[in-house]
Design a protein around this ligand. Sequence first.
Ligand SMILES: Cc1ncc(C[n+]2csc(CCOP(=O)(O)OP(=O)(O)O)c2C)c(N)n1
Length: 639
Amino acid sequence: MRLLQTINSPAELRRLRPEQLTEVADEIRQYILETMSRVGGHTGASLGAVELAVALHYAFDTPHDRVIWDVGHQAYAHKILTGRRDQLPSIKQYGGISGFLKRDESEYDLFGAGHASTSLSAALGMAIARDRKGESHHVCAIIGDASLAGGMAMEAINQAGHLKTRLIVLLNDNEMSIAPAVGALTGYLNRLRGAQGYHRFKDEVGETLLSIPALGEHLHHAAKTVKDALAAAVLPGALVNELGFKYIGYVDGHNPRALVAALREAQKVTDGPVIVHALTTKGKGYSTAEKDYYKWHATGPFDLKTGQAIKSASSAPTYTAVFGQTMCELMAKDEKIVALTAAMPDGTGINMALEKFPERTFDVGIAEQHAVTFCGGMACEGLKPVAAIYSTFLQRGFDQIIHDICLQNLPVTFAMDRGGIAGGDGPTHHGLFDIAYLRPMPNMVLMAPKDEAELRDMLLTAIEHPGPAALRYPRGNGVGVPLDRAPEVLEIGRGEILRDGGDVAIVAYGSMVHPSLKAAERLAAEGIETTVVNARFVKPLDAGLLLALARTRRLILTVEEAYLAGGFGSAVMELLEENGLQDKVRVVRMGIPDTIVTHGDAKLLLAKYGLDTDGIYTRVKESVEVLEERRAKRQKVRI
Ligand SMILES: Cc1ncc(C[n+]2csc(CCOP(=O)(O)OP(=O)(O)O)c2C)c(N)n1
């Protein structure tokens, strides 16, 4: 860290000589590796973008020039160079720096990120604002090849070419999404990448390079002489030429000087957008990660010498694994079931189906909107699609779920992993909105299992339901219940009473059922009897059960791992109001208030919002005390 220790801002980086940049990059890489081996993070993705970050901050006058990162998971070197070097060990932890980009964390994080394919749209907006204000700084979006294929990025490309705004796009092309990148655009980039491609396009190269005003001749010369470094080829074909982009590439994305040269050439393009195509390797510089860059996109802590993961011991399988296995079981029995992921085969467990039933399993890439409507089409023709999409990413498909699925009452199942607090990935990744955004949709059935065995039942229930249905389940391990019986279809809209007694009812949804049961045990030990209900469904609610509780209990506590606004508790209150029972029983809703939940250990965050055994226990006690006080006051008044 000899050089790196002296760099506390990009301005200090820019004081170095160009030939020192490789040394800085090497030191950053080593620092990322050592730190990630201890704390875990997006190791492979960030190792692949070290030189890109160095070159960007060297070639641009950041933050005056605007550099906009896509997703942000690959931006650790950017964080290190922008004053957050010493905070890297705290990344993704409670109170530490974010694993993605946040405007309020640094003036160099010019646009918040976490979800993919946003950088081009944001950068284009900033470029237009610059032009309107008569300013002259550069705006550069950096985006990965898989994110470039996302719908939003494509829409931005379409507009950028049309507007002819001055905008630079740095394409970080490593042939990978988290899994190998998929889709026609990937094939196209692959063709460009190959040496064959270079030769094939050689003639067009000269022609198109020369079409770049002022620097064409210069680049043309460079193309002939520096074939490998700034191998100035020009992207031929419709994507760029027809859409109005200039192209500089491809460039060795691990050669900082070549990158700086390419970016400086791009800065000279004044009559429209330009793409700099950099070729990178995920996990660059750590041979274990380079060999298996799929697995190394993101990691937990690992042994730096062997690359072996340091795992926390838990005997229960993850919800993701149970979902993946159950999908395979059900697909084996029913040929109509088709499975789908949007660029997250491993994260969702769909990788198992991809392997076993490749002809019925689809990875559509980072294209959640398309994924939803694609399922709609298949459902129209009698197939039974299951879209496994994280709760947070399904937000992208909001209108498609309404317009293409629910209004047509099509039988599509949405399996939402990471339903709840996602932990270290933070606000952009918590799955806290899904109840609120899906609940108003006509025809939608919404459910959440109390454990991994019920997840199996709910998956079958959703698939067999002749309309849209969604289930949510949390990140991480199940509760450890037996999984030896075949999945069963549940009665839609029917909850289950797990414990009966007393005049307090705890009605819990999904992941909150087990902590509620434990809280009830503790309360019982202190003489406070409670009823505990596993709600199972938020739409339709078990109206019979809930109305009966409202008539017979003094207090109903609803508990959910989701935003309170529009959530499960709100649904219960609406039901009571619709039935004139709102004054009959006191309702206390437990969930996430109207605030942004930061990143950090999920257990810690759940505790912060009272969504664990302790929190539920305490809230019941407090609520009971309030009731007692009120009762005492009323009695006093009567006396
Ligand atoms: C809308 C959305 N869907 C899915 C993801 C999950 N995700 C995070 S990074 C990533 C892969 C991005 O690939 P690419 O842009 O090529 O960058 P790389 O990781 O290869 O550097 C995916 C799918 C996301 N962040 N946002």
